[in-house]
Design a protein around this ligand. Structure first.
Ligand SMILES: O=C(O)CCC(=O)C(=O)O
Ligand SMILES: [Fe+2]
Length: 259
């Protein structure tokens, strides 16, 4: 191997160690100081009832991993008082590549909880947090947005742009929030009555720090998502959440553009 390749390899391994500890060193004997070994129990996937294609893994990252991820974001120097969003395309920082690999692993080995309200119409499609054609695409993600929200700041209801492929991941850090999902096209009142659903259903999902959300299919295309952090809007279990800084990382895959 050439010296330059050696340097790249060393830099890459150091960055991964910094972001996630030593667990990627297969010869270190133990699974890396602070990072515990991975198990099915740690990664429990919950299908959000009433919303096909929306999955939550509440304990995706340990407290240590969250701190390392925040430190990696800080080292990038993306945020300042004026700047609260960073976007990257193509070659992503190595710690993001590692985060993508961890998402892939969590999907492959995590335990799946379909929940009693989940609609099961197609076993293959509905029993996995990400359909297999998306899970095995290469790369899994090639675009990232990091957002940093101050108390009171959120994001308006939207469907992510169509230039992005299906299969979107959101990692939450620092403080919890409630993300609301509402239908992109309002269901006509009579259709809603027939299906027993309110025309303006809003489904709240609690995103704790360290959680991972996956959106595909209906959740990605037929539902809008929003975070309203105006006073009174962040209710969970009848209590208003205390507002603090929240950081999120959204990972997506650009669709190939026709030449
Ligand atoms: O910050 C979040 O959790 C969501 C971000 C989002 O929806 C987006 O960037 O499209
Ligand atoms: Fe979004």
């Amino acid at each position: 191997m050439a010296a330059a390749d050696d340097d790249d390899e060393l830099r890459c391994r150091a960055a991964i160690r910094e972001a996630f500890g030593d667990s990627s060193d297969s010869d270190s004997g133990k699974p890396g100081g602070a990072s515990p070994p991975r198990s099915r129990e740690q990664w429990r996937w919950e299908a959000v009832a009433g919303l096909r294609g929306l999955w939550l893994c509440a304990a995706f990252l340990s407290a240590d991993e969250q701190s390392r991820l925040l430190a990696a974001i800080q080292r990038e120097g993306w945020f300042s008082d004026e700047l609260n969003q960073a976007m990257r395309f193509g070659d992503l920082p190595v710690w993001i590549v590692e985060l993508s690999a961890l998402i892939h692993e969590a999907i492959c080995v995590g335990e799946v909880d379909l929940g009693c309200g989940a609609e099961l119409t197609d076993e293959d499609e509905d029993a996995c947090p990400l359909p297999s054609d998306l899970l095995w695409r290469e790369p899994l993600f090639d675009q990232l947005i990091a957002n940093r929200y101050k108390p009171g700041e959120g994001i308006c209801a939207h469907v992510d742009l169509m230039r992005f492929d299906d299969g979107i991941a959101i990692v939450s850090l620092e403080s919890p929030c409630v993300m609301h999902f509402s239908r992109a096209e309002e269901v006509a009142v009579c259709d809603a009555l027939e299906s027993g659903q309110a025309a303006s259903t809003k489904i709240p999902v609690y995103l704790n720090p360290g959680s991972l959300v996956l959106m595909s299919g209906d959740a990605r295309y037929k539902w809008k998502h929003e975070i309203n952090r105006k006073p009174g809007a962040q209710l969970w279990d009848g209590m208003e959440l205390e507002q603090q800084i929240r950081t999120s990382i959204t990972l997506r895959k650009l669709l190939a553009t026709p030449n």
